[in-house]
Design a protein around this ligand. Structure first.
Ligand code: URA
Length: 210
């Protein structure tokens, strides 16, 4: 991807996101819309996947038809909110391999703490797409990308629903080689590290917790 940050300003994405932001949107609608948006974002983040051709027979004649080239890509969910993006993306890319990075944010320091890490083999040979709905301080995202690089990934993209300028700057400083795809770039973080105007806690909203 050419740009470090791509904001997918497609009308369907923007309309669905507005509904997700609203306080009175239910958990089930929030989850359904996140799934729908994740597929539209997945379409964008995979736009430049390498292609090859395969010789096939149509009912009419033979042809060299386009197919995806290279190893199956790896989707890496940053737990737990990343799973809300993962489900929809897997519907679109069912053969993708899946990894999980368990990180929680210490509410006092806002620093990421790792509790789980499991990723597909041959990561060096796959496009790895890390997914987390909220790019807030960027601390956990940057830490997750550090771990993916340590595990061998060299071709990484980061997909989120909402980004704060602070998080984008942090990622650009730590991982300038990792393009970010998001549905919106919001105004700022508040003093607790929440994205403003944002949509609140993405995990709580998709799982109905508090
Ligand atoms: N994580 C969330 O779920 N929401 C925010 O606004 C920031 C981080």
């Amino acid at each position: 991807m050419r740009n470090h940050l791509t904001v997918v300003d497609h009308p369907l994405v923007q309309h669905k996101l507005t509904i997700m932001r609203k306080t009175d949107t239910s958990t089930s609608v929030f989850r359904q819309l996140l799934k729908e948006i994740s597929q539209l974002l997945a379409y964008e983040v995979t736009r430049e996947l390498p292609m090859t051709t395969t010789r096939i027979n149509t009912p009419m004649q033979e042809m060299d038809a386009p197919t995806l080239d290279g190893r199956k890509l790896a989707l890496v969910s940053i737990l737990r909110a990343g799973n809300g993006l993962l489900d929809g993306m897997l519907d679109l890319i069912p053969s993708a391999r899946v990894g999980f990075v368990g990180l929680y944010r210490d509410e006092e320091t806002l620093k990421p703490v790792q509790y789980y890490f499991k990723v597909p083999t041959e990561l060096n040979d796959r496009l790895a797409i890390a997914v987390d709905p909220m790019l807030a301080t960027g601390n956990s995202s940057a830490a997750a990308i550090d771990m993916l690089k340590e595990a061998g990934a060299t071709n990484i993209r980061f997909l989120c629903l909402l980004a704060a300028p602070e998080g984008v700057a942090r990622m650009k400083e730590a991982h300038p080689d990792v393009p970010i795809v998001t549905a919106a770039l919001d105004e700022r973080l508040n003093e607790k590290g929440y994205i403003m105007p944002g949509l609140g806690d993405a995990g709580d909203r998709m799982f109905g917790t508090k």
